[in-house]
Design a protein. Sequence first.
Length: 326
Amino acid sequence: MARQVKDRDLIQIYETMLRIRLFEERVIHLYPGEEIRTPVHLCVGQEAIAAGVCHNLLKGDYLFTNHRCHGHCLAKGMSMSSIMAELYGKRTGCCKGKGGSMHLSDPDKYILATSAIVGGNIPMAVGAGLALKFRKGRNISVVFFGDGAVDEGAFYESLNFAALKKLPVLFVCENNFYATNSPQWARQPLDNIFKKGEIFGIKGFRCDGNDAAETFKTSKKLIEKIRNGSGPYLMECRTYRWKGHVGPDCDFEKGCRPKYELETWLKKCPVMRLEAKLLKKGLLTGAKIEKIRRRIRQKIARSEVFAKRSRFPAAGEVYADVYWKG
């Protein structure tokens, strides 16, 4: 992992992280107005993982994500307006207002499915990996999931099949140490998620999920191996979500986790860590950062206007696009 990250990659990853952070912060601001009625699972504090991993992906690489999906979809290039419109339940949303926050999809960006079922996206990613192997190309399938999904049988079944068929799949666990409100230590006897694939012959790696450069380098190395036919890998990224399991509040108000724990992780902010590195290296200045922020905020504002002005789906559209018409 000693390989250095190119300056332009660091800047692009930073911009992606900032786009995710500012989008989520705007959703937090809008949510109490109750125009957004879908439950939202926010990824504030986890931006480095989506940005770092997805920066290594090609257009034809498949992405499967979970209920906490906004960051992954933005990092893979999904339209901010289509996401915002979907949150508002409008017909211009990526799923025409019928999916909501937990079911974002964009086949043009190879984001085939977002599953609200914990661990439900993992077998789908393996299925895509099998299809890719039949095609004999260099594209891969990437699946993001949390530490809670590691408790599910589908996770182990998927690892087994991916290893058996030597499929081009990267399993990325965003370990934020909580499944809903249940801490990892109360669910798993060992803190070793990255080793869970060893029984199937899958090598695993652990990285600091709040360090964008480390996340990028780790995933880059694994993705290169997968493209070259090595088979699947498992990557555990240790991080922390700043907001509660669902919604814009923090769980400590409800007694679900201690406030000091959150305060400790706030000091490890992935966006500010990378920003400080870029400033120190002279790759960005305060003025340039403000310009980037202003550009992103303008784009978010346009997506918000687009969503609010769009129409709701008509009652007759409720069954449209639900069943395949072959």
